[in-house]
Design a binder for this molecule. Structure first.
Ligand code: ADP
Ligand code: ZN
Length: 677
């Protein structure tokens, strides 16, 4: 079978994701390949599909038992013979894998790298007829990375012994790691290399200055009730307090951090993987090993440590490609804390400078004036146009020329010999005659009282942004006093100007705006489909997305297939899943359509259906006339259906369909709906 057919029939996808096709082709051809793809880019398909096209067995090396078990389960659901040899197996499972190996029916064999240490393994793989080696998380071979796994070094040996092509996958792209992978896995022979873009267009990006952060998180979660999310916290204690606050607001939630017993951590991981709609408040210890494709949101209660960490953490959301949202909170204390962490770390000086650089990049993103995604991708060396899916595209920042106040602030710092923090400097700028100012005679400085144009809060925002742009840095040897950096010199000397955000000076207040995955009309059906999925998942004791992922359910809710043929057209519904679950979900959809008025039912799954519902809403609002005092009137369902079906209508058409009296009350409002208003 061709790759395209398998993609459709086995995996149920209509098309390759960007970059997948080239990689699949190279792997199918038997070339050595190295693919760097962002998390959620769809790496697994790039070896799973070739495994089905090629003769023989594909052995997959992966560091994470939970992920392996999950993938094996997913493949079995899709009708593919796959098995795993891991320490987590029961004897029965292991026996079954061996039996399938001997019978020659197994297509994919997953194993942990530790297995390679036992002498018999390589021989066994040789006998079994391994024709392809796939290495997931290939960066684990790098001794300099955080995820180094010594047993990964044996993979090179395995490749030579089996003389099979090797395909390596990772999301970590820096040039040094890449080089090391080529050395250690491919004996220095450059494989066909694919570097796929970093953009994750379905993830909405947003930052907010802390202003009652606990409520900011609670509001964010409230607007996304019932959706799975992660709240990353800067401290272990905060994971517990925030989790309690969310529980009080009746969200299903738990906390997770490195100080918990291993067993307790595993319980949380398992619950998160299986349950739909659980919120985990966690430190960054919660990450590696989380392979849940339907995480709908990630919030940072505290600023992450670098732009890479940020990218990786938000990247856990929306791996299924359906819309996902993020919110990162930050404030001056975060900046101080992260700087201090770098300064107090044990890294050699060059590393520390690089770490400050990575933090700067993140702060630059936090204080960005234009599209966040452009800024983020720019850091990774990619050009992009404004994305339309970040807070700054949604609502452009108000910007002002801040050169004068920035110079004032720098001057206040310099004239006090860079020995003070922002609080005291702001008192100087505002001309506050505090004890400290009097004691040190700072009221006689030329900068005393020059900044009265801004109030205290505004000055705080200016100082925060100056730290964010790395013009001022807290010095830990001076108890956090702010010192000017070289970046600030041109501004001080009048050779450069600087713009800052005006709107983050006033804190933006926004209540919970409920975000929906589908339009209002389809929301009840989507919930019903999810309930069916939950039921089936519980029966199978499997995570919900193994049945169908969110994206597939969204498409079902929108397109409302009525037959198995139509169902097969939905993305994510392959032949095996169609057979296992098609009927059950068709019944749910038919049930929802059943509950509709017959006139409305005829429009199900068509854009006119949504128009019909809008017309009903508008009609309800005008039932008693524009001022709510007239005689109640409403059109019959069949008239509404006729209106919804009108092409290029004007008021005359409407009058003909509805009659004068009705057209007078509803005509104009209906026209607006029909024109897409
Ligand atoms: P990662 O690159 O992080 O390993 P995965 O392989 O887990 O990503 O894939 C992420 C998600 O994308 C999965 O839910 C998978 O089913 C989905 N996916 C992969 N390829 C496609 C495709 N061609 N079309 C639609 N969804 C896809
Ligand atoms: Zn944008």
């Amino acid at each position: 079978m061709s790759a395209a057919t398998l993609l459709r029939d086995v995996f149920g996808f209509d098309a390759f994701r960007p970059g997948q096709e080239e990689i699949v082709e190279a792997v199918v051809r038997g070339q050595n390949t190295l693919a760097i793809m962002p998390t959620g880019g769809g790496k697994s398909l790039c070896f799973q599909l070739p495994a089905l096209v090629r003769e023989g067995i594909t052995v997959v090396i992966s560091p994470l038992i939970a992920l392996m078990r999950d993938q094996v389960r997913g493949l079995r659901e899709a009708g593919v013979e796959a098995g795993a040899l891991t320490s987590g197996n029961t004897q029965e499972e292991t026996d079954a894998v061996w039996a399938a190996l001997e019978a020659g029916t197994l297509k994919l064999l997953y194993m942990a790298p530790e297995r390679l240490a036992s002498g018999g393994t390589i021989q066994m793989l040789h006998r079994a007829g391994v024709s392809l080696i796939a290495v997931d998380e290939a960066h684990c071979v790098s001794q300099w990375g955080h995820d180094f796994r010594p047993d990964y070094l044996r993979i090179g040996e395995l490749r030579e012994a089996l003389d099979a092509p090797l395909a390596a996958f990772t999301a970590t792209a820096d040039a040094e790691t890449r080089e090391e992978i080529v050395q250690k896995l491919f004996a220095g022979q450059q494989p066909a290399t694919f570097l796929r873009g970093f953009d994750r267009p379905n993830i909405h990006l947003a930052f907010a200055v802390k202003d009652g952060p606990r409520n900011q998180i609670l509001n964010f979660a409230a607007a996304r009730k019932g959706q799975s999310g992660i709240v990353y916290c800067g401290t272990r204690a905060k994971t517990e307090t925030l989790s309690r606050a969310l529980a009080d607001a009746s969200h299903p939630t738990c906390h997770y951090h490195g100080g918990m017993e291993a067993e307790d951590r595993r319980v949380v991981e398992r619950r998160f993987q299986q349950e739909d709609g659980l919120i985990v408040c966690a430190t960054v210890a919660f990450g590696m090993g989380i392979d849940k494709p339907d995480i709908r949101w990630v919030a940072h209660a505290d600023l992450p440590k670098s732009i890479e960490a940020y990218y990786q953490e938000i990247g856990r959301a929306g791996r299924d490609g359906a819309p996902a949202e993020t919110l990162t909170l930050f404030g001056p204390d975060d900046i101080r804390f992260r700087r201090q962490q770098v300064d107090e770390g044990l890294a050699p000086p060059e590393r520390r400078a690089a770490d400050h650089g990575r933090l700067n990049a993140l702060l630059g993103l936090a204080e960005a004036l234009h599209c966040r995604r452009q800024t983020l991708l720019g850091y990774f060396g990619e050009e992009a146009t404004p994305c339309g899916n970040c807070d700054l595209c949604d609502k452009p920042a108000e910007i002002f020329d801040a050169t004068t106040p920035v110079r004032m602030a720098l001057s206040a710092a310099l004239r006090t010999d860079e020995w003070f923090g922002s609080g005291h400097l702001i008192d100087i700028l505002l001309g506050n005659l505090t004890d400290k100012i009097q004691q040190r005679g700072h009221d006689s400085l030329p900068t005393f009282g020059v900044g009265k144009e801004y109030d205290k809060r505004q000055w705080q925002a200016i100082f925060r942004q100056m730290m964010g742009h790395d013009l001022l840095r807290p010095d830990r040897d001076r108890h956090g006093a702010l010192r000017m950096t070289d970046h600030a010199r041109p501004i001080l000397r009048g050779e450069a100007t600087i713009e800052l955000r005006k709107d983050t000076i006033k804190a933006a207040k926004s209540g919970p705006k409920v975000r929906m995955l589908v339009n209002e009309e389809d929301a009840p059906l989507l919930s019903a489909l999810k309930a069916k999925r939950r039921y089936l998942a519980e029966q199978a004791n499997a995570p919900a997305y193994i049945i169908f992922n969110d994206r597939t359910l969204i498409e079902m809710a929108e397109r409302k297939p009525r037959t198995l043929d139509e169902m097969a057209q939905i993305g994510g519904v392959g032949a095996k899943k169609l057979e296992s679950y098609g009927k059950a979900f068709l019944e749910v959809i038919a049930g929802a359509v059943e509950d509709m008025h017959p006139a409305r039912r005829k429009l199900a799954g068509r854009s006119e259906g949504a128009v019909y519902d809008r017309l009903l809403e508008v009609q309800a609002n005008l039932m008693r006339g524009p001022h709510g005092v007239d005689k109640p009137m409403s059109c019959s369902a069949s008239v509404i259906a006729k209106v919804a079906n009108l092409r290029n209508p004007d008021i005359n058409h409407l009058t003909r369909v509805m009659g004068d009296k009705y057209a007078e009350r509803f005509g104009e409002a209906f026209l607006e709906v029909l024109e897409g208003g």
